[in-house]
Every structure is written in C-alpha cells, then in structure tokens.
Design a protein around this ligand. Structure first.
Ligand SMILES: O=P(O)(O)OC[C@H]1O[C@H](O[C@H]2O[C@H](CO)[C@@H](O)[C@H](O)[C@H]2O)[C@H](O)[C@@H](O)[C@@H]1O
Length: 698
C-alpha cells in the first residue's frame, strides 16, 4: 500500500486512494472501472475545444444510470444545478414500503429556477436527505429523475461520513468561518478514526489527509452523475457551495469547454486563515477550472483574489465593472452578488389560514410584551449564547425591560455533530436557565427557547409579532433571517383587511457585522457580537426607537429585499456565466497538467501549438535561422534552486552555435554579469541581458 503521505494528486483526482482501498474504502460502487489505477492523460494534442471534448476518460457510466432515457442530443440549453443535497424532501411511506418525495419549497436551489429563462430546462444533481438503503437506490434514482428531473448521488455510508462529517463539517466549514484547528491531535467523536492511515486521526478539525481524499472521491461521485446526464455542447453547470470545490477539475478534465459556474454560499476567509489549509493550492486551482466564481460579498471575493495572488501568483483585472483572473489564456470571472429570498413563497405562507391563527395565538401569549426574536441554525458560529448574554446584560442595565422584554430564540437542529456543538448547547441551556431563574416571574419567562424544527408557517408568525430580530452570528456566509423578517413584517396586500396588519409597517434589526447580509442592511444596528455590552445597548436602542424611525428603516430595507430576491440573484449569475463563456467556442485549447494541476490553456485561434515534426522539418529546410532562447523556465527549471546552466545545456547551445546558419541568443531579465559568467564557455552565443538593455553580440 502506498504511504499515507503521498502527494500524488493525479492519483487523488483519479480516485485512486491508498487510504480508501482499491474500491474507495469498501465503496459499493457499481461502475466497472472505478478504483482501478489508470494513467492520466497529459494532453499534448493540439486542437479546438470541440475536437477535444469527451475524447478523454472512457469510463463507463455507473450501471444505475438514470440516463437511459435521456436523449443523447437534447436540443436547447439546460442548466445542471449540482449541490450536496437535492431540493427534495424524502419520507418513508407510512406502510414502510418505498418512499414519497416532494419538492423542498424552502430550498434556495429550487427557488433559483425563477431567475432562469423559461426555455432553459433545469436539472438537479445531488444527494438525498434520507438514508436510502442500497437495495432501493436504483428505484429511487429512477423515480427522482422521472418525476423531478433530479439525479441522485448516493455515497457509501463510510465515505459520506468522512466526506461530510469529517472534511466538510470539521475541517472546511470551521476554517471558512475563521476557526483554526487546535494544534492538539486529541481525537473527537467525529474524527476519522476509520481512516486506514498510520497517522493519528485529526482531532479538533486538524487537517486529515484521509478525509481530504474522501472529499475528492465524493466529488468524483458527483462528477460521474453529472456525466450520466450532461450534454456538454449545450448545458451549463452551476456548482454550489464548499462541499463540491474539487468538482470543477473533474468536469474540466473531461469536458474542456463545458460552461461551469460555482457559487460559494459560505464565507471565503482572509488569506491569513485560508493559507493554513494544507490543500490550499489544490482547492484554488480546482475553482479556477470554472468560468465564473460567485461570492455573496465584496470581502469574500477580495479574500479569494488575494489567495490567488499570494498562493498562485495570479493577479486579477477589473474592466468595466467585471473582475477577471487571467488563468492560462482563460478569463475566470468573479461575481459578487448576495443571494435573496423568494418573495412569492414567503407571501404565500403569509396568507395561509393556519398562520393567521398562529399569529393571534402568539399575540395573546405575548400581550403587553416586546418580543425580540432570534432564528438560527444550532451551529457553533451562530453566536446564540452571545445573544443570550447580551439580552441578560440589557435586562440588568435597563431594568425597565424586566417583565416586558422577551427573547424568543428558535434554534433549528442541524445535521452536524460533534463535541463542540454539544458544549455550545450546554452553554446555551445554562444561560437561558440562569436568565429565566433570575428575571422570570409568574407569567413571565424572559427567554423562550425553541430547539425543534419549526414550520415555515410558525416561523413567519413569530416574525410577524417580533419588534426586532437579532442576529449575533460570529460568521455566516449570508444569513437570510433578516430578509425573511422584513418581508413578514411588511405582510401582503391580501392581509390588509386582517386585524394583524394595522398602521404603518415597521421592523428593527440588530445584526452582526460578520455576516454576509450585513452590508446590504444599512438601516440595521450593526454590532460586534463579541462585545456583549455594546450588543445589549443595540438591543435596547432598537426596541426603544421611535415608530417613525423604525418605519423609515423598514421601508428602506423592504425596497432592497423585495427587488433583490433569489430570482434576481440567479438571473444575474446566469447572465454573467453566459457572458463569461461567450468565447468558449472560438478558442483553441489544450488541457495540460496532472491531478489538480490540470488546467485548460486557451489561445486565440490564430495561435498554433508547435509540433515537433514540423519544427524539425522547418529547421532542416531553412538556410539561415535566428534562435532566441529564454533562460529561466526554458534552460533551467523555474523551480530549481541552482540556476547555473548544466553542462548538457552548454553543450547543446554550443552545438547550435557551431552551425554557420544559426544565430543564437539568450534573452533574459537577468543581469549581464551572471549571464556572461555562466555562458563564458559559449563564445558564439549572443546575450540580451536585462531584457535587452545590455547586448553581447558575437
Ligand atoms: O450544513 P451544510 O449541509 O454543510 O450546509 C451549509 C449551510 O448551507 C446553507 O447556508 C449557506 O447558504 C445560505 C444561502 O446562501 C447562507 O445564507 C448561509 O450563510 C450559508 O451558510 C443552509 O441554509 C444552512 O442551513 C447550512 O448549514
């Protein structure tokens, strides 16, 4: 077995993982060739993109392919939305026989369809949020494809565990949210103890190569599903979020001219954080195989660009409002556009009779009270405990709120697990018990903590009755809670006659400055959630503000949120993706490089890649030749520390110079002294030193 420390990324990208064994660590994979070691191609054949597409990697598709009924040539453009999870809700049938599926109306991936042109069909590729037994997977795949145009990706359980719980949730997710792993290697509940490596498992989120391999392998499973349905000539692929950052390399290797977009929903951290990631270059290079990379905020994009500059030496250019990275002749576009909410979906919920009934109930429950509301996922970055501490501080420093202010905190259970989460949950419990113990009295609980799944109807009822929403996340990619709140407080024209919507609309927000939605909410009170006292003051200020001021701020926010909805975001992304890809069919391209170093070199069609035979023929035919040779990267490897030309190089140069028909020059930025010294044994060689400022002509 190969050593664990091997860094052959070609193998990694090919899916040959020592740590996972020949079939991906017991992966019950049905495709014939997977897991067999194959030599990767280093493309040396020149050609246009269309010539090269699909010529590589003749792996058969998995046998549970749903593509049997996909027309081989689908007319019209399609969009393949690839994400860790499909926008599907799966439920076991009550009789235990089979599954029932429905669209997940709350999923942003589903909602983004509204911004996609009608003539563009949308297909989804992703995992299913349910444990579907192996024996049922084929049937489920077919049903999902037939009924929803969803292509299901099933990962073997052990792989899923290492991909999702270990690499995604314990390594990437914390790091992207600015949490560096501790140096200690004490294993935790979810560390990858099943890894076959001899190295100790990573604890506390420390990088673990076995989990990284699982991540790459899982990305390859997604890639294979895309391959089953893709029509590379017509389709666009839009990959979502940090789970699938290796996918663009697999796609680009197979389909050189595929139109690929990627959107990162989480933050992209500062380069000082990102550069601690041992696979930092691999991930950057994989993303650069896209045509367009999207971020919620300017800061996330700026961090990504500085990582590209500092770690890969690639600089960006900004032209007429578009930012692009020149990457081997291709321009990789950078898109900055925060996501939005689905207005119709939320407004439809607002009109449900159930909700109106729930609103009245809550109005009675909190009569005479001022409700501050928190709606968060129960994860380690949402700063729920900081919010409780700030609320406690407010009750203490502004006693007028004792008996009057209530903090309702909805904490949605999440799929992640681990000791950190358990510790945070315990801390939160302790805080609200303490606050309720100290300030509570008969008929008054200052904190109402709801740690169960709350339906969209109930959530919108809470939004409606809340005077202020408080978000104290210490990091969050975007966070749409404030947007949902604003829309619910606005209500809909259909509610105008009901008793719940009376008078001018108003809302108030206290939001962390560390979340993606913060820059778009100029009327919110922005806080540093680590500063508990300042957050307490902000809460007091928010609920004490005059109605007129609350109304003005609300109106400003509503104008923005209602016009920058999810359809606006997806439409804008697809338009930019189309624009970024408009030259795809004009360019001459070569795929080069191994593993994650793979990239497509794109050139204007007037360029031709030199072919060895034609060079030799031209050389032999010519009567007089001028030969200009660069030095670094041409005569000595770019990476070598010893820059002195080898004896072999000197011999070849002297051979070239000895032919009367040749004039040979070294052209370099290097100084004349060094070049003169190095080539003192080549008397017939010309030297253009310092970019031609000094010439030695012989
Ligand atoms: O927990 P995961 O399955 O790994 O998914 C991560 C989170 O994805 C979604 O949130 C992210 O996208 C949102 C929309 O762009 C953005 O507002 C948020 O900041 C991102 O983290 C999902 O809403 C979360 O529940 C997931 O935890």
């Amino acid at each position: 077995m190969m050593s664990r420390s091997y860094t052959n990324l070609l193998d990694l990208a090919e899916g040959n993982f020592a740590a996972l064994g020949p079939a991906g660590g017991g992966a019950r994979r049905r495709s014939g060739s997977f897991g067999m070691k194959r030599m990767s191609r280093v493309m040396t054949v020149p050609g246009t993109l269309s010539e090269l597409d699909g010529e590589d990697e003749s792996e058969p598709a998995a046998t549970n392919s749903v593509a049997s009924d996909v027309p081989s040539s689908v007319s019209g453009e399609r969009l393949l939305v690839v994400s860790n999870q499909l926008p599907i809700v799966a439920r076991r049938r009550p009789d235990g026989r089979g599954w029932s599926f429905s669209w997940d109306d709350d999923s942003l991936l589903l909602q983004l369809r509204d911004g996609i042109p009608d003539e563009m069909e949308v297909l989804f590729v992703g995992g299913v949020r349910a444990d579907i037994p192996l024996a049922e997977q084929d049937e489920v795949s077919q049903a999902l494809y037939d009924r929803f145009r969803c292509v299901a990706v099933f990962l073997p359980e052990s792989l899923h565990d290492r991909f999702y719980h270990s690499f995604c949730k314990r390594q990437l997710w914390p790091l992207f949210h600015y949490m560096l792993p501790f140096a200690s290697s004490a294993p935790t509940a979810t560390s990858s103890s099943s890894s076959s490596s001899s190295a100790p498992p990573a604890g506390n989120g420390r990088f673990d190569r076995g989990s990284w391999e699982a991540y790459v392998l899982a990305n390859k499973f997604f890639f294979e599903k895309v391959v089953e349905v893709i029509n590379p000539e017509d389709d666009y692929v839009w990959v979502h979020d940090y789970h699938l950052m290796a996918l663009p390399t697999f796609l680009r290797r197979r389909f050189n001219r595929l139109r690929i977009g990627f959107f990162l929903h989480s933050p992209f951290p500062s380069s000082e954080i990102y550069r601690t990631l041992p696979v930092r270059e691999e991930i950057l290079k994989a993303l650069l195989n896209c045509d367009l990379i999207g971020f919620h905020t300017f800061d996330y994009a700026r961090h990504f660009l500085s990582c590209c500059s500092r770690m890969l030496g690639i600089e960006y250019q900004s032209k007429r409002g578009y930012i692009g990275l020149e990457y081997f002749g291709r321009t990789v576009g950078i898109k900055i556009m925060p996501v939005g909410i689905h207005m119709d979906q939320l407004q439809a919920v607002l009109c449900l009779p159930d909700r109106q009934w729930r609103v009245s109930e809550l109005q009675q429950q909190f009569e005479g009270k001022t409700v501050l509301l928190g709606v968060d996922d129960m994860d380690i970055f949402k700063g729920i405990n900081l919010k409780l501490l700030a609320f406690e501080n407010m009750l203490r420093t502004h006693p007028k709120w004792q008996g009057r202010a209530v903090l309702v905190q909805i904490a949605k259970p999440v799929r992640g697990k681990g000791k950190d989460l358990e510790a945070i949950e315990a801390e939160i419990r302790e805080s609200y018990n303490r606050i309720n113990g100290e300030f509570g009295r008969s008929g008054y609980s200052p904190v109402v903590f709801i740690d169960r799944d709350v339906s969209s109807v109930e959530k919108s009822a809470y939004y409606t009755i809340a005077e202020c929403v408080v978000v104290t996340a210490v990091r969050d990619g975007m966070n749409l809670t404030p947007y949902e709140y604003i829309v619910c407080r606005q209500g809909t024209p259909r509610l105008e006659s009901s008793s719940e919507v009376t008078g001018p609309k108003k809302s108030m927000l206290v939001v962390s400055e560390f979340i993606g939605c913060s820059p778009s909410l100029s009327g919110a009170i922005r806080v540093n959630p680590w500063n508990v006292e300042a957050t307490a003051e902000a809460m007091n200020e928010a609920i004490s503000m005059s109605d007129q001021e609350k109304q003005l701020r609300h109106e400003k926010h509503y104008r923005y949120v209602s016009t920058h909805d999810v359809a606006y975001w997806s439409k804008s992304f697809i338009q930019d993706l189309e624009r970024a890809c408009k030259d795809h069919f004009r360019r001459t391209c070569w795929g080069i490089g191994l593993g994650f170093g793979f990239r497509v070199v794109a050139l204007d069609p007037h360029f031709t890649k030199l072919n060895m035979d034609s060079i030799v023929m031209a050389y032999e035919r010519s009567e007089s030749r001028a030969i200009f040779l660069d030095y670094d990267g041409t005569l000595v490897p770019q990476t070598s520390i010893n820059k002195t030309p080898s004896a072999e190089v000197l011999r070849i140069i002297n051979t070239l110079c000895s032919d009367e028909r040749n004039i040979v020059f070294i052209v370099s930025g290097r100084g004349r002294d060094k070049l003169g010294e190095w080539f003192s044994s080549c008397p017939k060689l010309g030297i253009a030193a310092e970019h031609g400022y000094f010439l030695r002509i012989n």
